[in-house]
Design a protein. Structure first.
Length: 310
């Protein structure tokens, strides 16, 4: 029951990320994805760090910078570049391939043995997503494809390294999330200034949209994501990823008036079924950790529900 609750809470993160497209198109200034990345990450990171009242110490300064760059700072710009160079469906499918990267990296760096069922769940999930988002007009662009693949690999590496390094003693997931979001937001600032120039003028809709992005879509969502990494295997967490494009499709139908074909509905059922099957397979798969990872795992489990420092 505890694992089921953790999975359900962690799943809220990709579900929330599925609302990004609708919020961006309906409320935010157009053609400013990097500025949006900064507004998502940096204010949320500073807020969570202030709430946790804990700063990195020693090696955790550079570790937080590395994790923040992988999970946020490099991931956001590459994801946006892929989205601009490719049809949305192709970009989403490349993102759905992320679990396969995590399966390989988790086996290499964490000693997590992925069962055949887990690998099949990742492949079938990506196939189901492709049925939902790909269209006959989809075209490939080399730069966009490379950016999409590297963005997925960056997030996968960040997920696995977050699991491998765990958290410093006495530090909970709130502080760790704040550190990473702050580092990631700071990384994006010079890129956004170089590519997009000065920040745009913001109206009431934009403030509402950025407020949602900062608090719900990023602050709370990433806290749940990193909290889940601390309690579940890296593979189990990443297999929840297809819930993001599925949520985007549902919101597009319910709120934006976008039609869903029979093929898309079948794809949604396949992707959702693969997500559930992946969680069942991950729950049954025995884990094998290096000694360092076992220590980090024990610390992570002990501190999951620890009190936030005040």
């Amino acid at each position: 029951m505890k694992r089921l609750t953790t999975v359900a809470l962690t799943a809220l993160a990709p579900i929330s990320w599925g609302s990004t497209y609708a919020v961006a198109t309906e409320l935010l200034p157009p053609d400013r994805p990097l500025f949006t990345g900064v507004m998502r990450a940096l204010p949320a990171g500073l807020l969570l760090t202030a709430l946790a009242r804990t700063l990195p110490k020693g090696a955790w300064w550079w570790k937080s910078a590395v994790l923040g760059t992988l999970n946020i700072g490099a991931f956001f710009p590459l994801l946006f570049l892929s989205a601009y160079r490719l049809p949305g469906g192709v970009a989403a499918v490349l993102g759905a391939a992320g679990p396969l990267f995590v399966v390989g990296l988790a086996a290499l760096l964490l000693g997590e043995r992925a069962s055949l069922r887990t690998v099949l769940a990742a492949v079938v999930g990506a196939f189901g997503v492709s049925m939902v988002v790909l269209t006959a007009e989809a075209r490939l662009d080399l730069v966009g494809v490379v950016a999409g693949v590297v963005s997925s690999a960056s997030m996968a590496a960040g997920t696995v390294m977050t699991k491998r390094w765990g958290r410093p003693e006495g530090v909970g997931p709130l502080a760790m999330t704040g550190w990473q979001l702050t580092a990631g937001g700071l990384f994006i600032i010079p890129v956004a200034a170089l590519v997009e120039g000065a920040p745009p003028a913001l109206d009431g809709k934009a403030f509402l949209g950025y407020g949602y992005m900062m608090l719900i879509n990023t602050g709370i969502a990433y806290w749940l994501w990193f909290r889940g990494i601390g309690q579940l295997t890296a593979t189990s967490v990443t297999l929840l990823g297809p819930l993001s494009p599925l949520t985007a499709a549902v919101i597009g139908w319910a709120a934006l008036g976008q039609a869903l074909s029979l093929v898309q509905l079948v794809g949604m059922a396949i992707a959702f079924g693969a997500t559930v099957a992946g969680q069942l397979a991950a729950a049954r798969t025995p884990k094998s950790f290096s000694s360092t990872e076992q220590i980090n795992q024990n610390i992570s489990m002990d501190l999951t529900d620890g009190r936030v420092r005040r």
